[in-house]
Design a protein around this ligand. Structure first.
Ligand code: DX5
Ligand code: ZN
Length: 216
């Protein structure tokens, strides 16, 4: 199966966002990954639904929204209205995860669950068939440009097994520190979607890096 590349907007140059999105539109990447941070769930603040709405007007591709916020259930409908095609919430931020997943699906959006590096994949056993995406964090969430945590590869393998055994159709996304150097091992472990921030947007030729990431 062909994998998906999702450049992360967080690494784009915000002084020329229209150009950065234009570059993404012209590239082979299929998804745009948008990181929403609230300064509470993670020690950083990024952007919210107003920004997403503006970006959605310029982007013609699938909008992959990663909510690193507490109480995401308060804002699901707003993010959908702003243009989200996939809404991913953190397991660690959702005491009523099943309800939140149903809420996301009711808006017509696809639904994903993200796991922090310390969270075992086994917590998804009872919900794996209800979700469209498992996001394995390969850095601690909050910042771009961090070093890939190797144990993420074990987690990808485990979640792949769970998906196959349960008959779930969820895709596996890996987010954080993904580069041309480690992309192959991540895909070999079973990943379907690679998020790439710094390795794409900080490259001298981002479109070429996306194209190279597609080739594995
Ligand atoms: C980190 C974010 C990532 C980040 C990835 O909290 O979830 O999506 O933008 O950036 P890189 O690829 O630079 O690690
Ligand atoms: Zn992310």
């Amino acid at each position: 199966m062909n994998h998906i590349i999702a450049p992360s907007l967080l690494a784009a140059d915000f002084t020329k966002l229209d150009k950065e999105i234009e570059l993404f539109n012209e590239s082979e990447a299929q998804w745009l990954h948008v990181d929403v941070m609230d300064g509470v769930f993670v020690p950083n603040i990024s952007f919210g639904m107003m920004m997403l709405e503006a970006v959605n007007k310029l982007s013609n591709k699938f909008m992959d929204v990663h909510l690193m916020i507490v109480q995401p259930e308060k804002y699901i409908e707003s993010f959908r209205e702003a243009g989200a095609d996939m809404i991913t919430v953190h397991y660690e931020a959702c005491p009523h995860l099943h309800r939140t997943i149903q809420q996301i699906k009711a808006t017509g959006s696809m639904a994903g669950v993200a796991l922090n590096p310390h969270t075992p994949v086994s917590v998804l056993e009872e919900i794996i068939k209800d979700i469209d995406l498992v996001l394995i964090m390969s850095v601690n969430p909050g910042f771009g440009g961090q070093k890939f945590i190797e144990n993420a590869l074990n987690k990808v393998q485990k979640v792949k097994q769970m998906i196959v055994q349960s008959g779930s159709s969820a895709k596996i996304e890996v987010d954080g520190g993904v580069s041309l150097q480690n992309a192959k091992s991540i895909l070999d472990a079973g990943a379907d979607v690679l998020v790439a921030g710094n390795s794409v947007y900080r490259a001298s030729n981002p479109k070429a890096v996306i194209s190279d990431l597609m080739k594995f």
